[in-house]
Design a protein around this ligand. Sequence first.
Ligand code: ADP
Length: 185
Amino acid sequence: MVRLIFLGPPGAGKGTQATLLAKSFSIPHISTGDILRGAVAERTDLGLKAQAYMDRGELVPDQLLLDMIRNRLNQSDAESGWILDGFPRNIAQADFLDQLLLEIHQSCDAVVNIDVPDEVLVSRLLERGRKDDSEEVIRRRLDVYRSQTAPLIDAYRNRQQLVSVNGNQPIDTVTSELQRLIEHK
Ligand code: ADP
């Protein structure tokens, strides 16, 4: 049973590593970015509200995320553990998650930070070419990450929950380092 939060800037490889580790631990990979993109594609109410923020590289308003996370963590497959990828992304979301985990009698085993230099991030994202991967939007996402999400790294480090890995290495090297660090947590 393992429960993990993945932090790290856009392009760090969170989604890739979260997918691989979720498979190896047989637990659900919960990506708020994937859920939101699905909602946009299906033109649900959530998707219609979220789209403009995503297109600009801004965070979607917290209120739209909170019910989504609560419902997802209450689904039965999440009883065996989970990897949260893309949430929390600011202090208010982190506070909400603390409260929710208390309520559902769960706790997170480790918060994973994947470290990658900025110039590598930008070139990876430009290569990926997703709809929100234009240079201007990428720059905005990095700014938002630095101002709103990066402060969470210190907060989780102070609680001794942080595990940090160098993400500027081959994919399987990052995966095996992560596996080792998590097992020793
Ligand atoms: P990346 O890892 O490249 O930043 P994601 O796929 O995690 O991309 O997220 C894409 C977009 O979805 C974000 O730029 C943001 O607009 C929105 N988003 C995802 N998760 C959250 C969240 N927890 N809070 C607010 N917005 C979010």
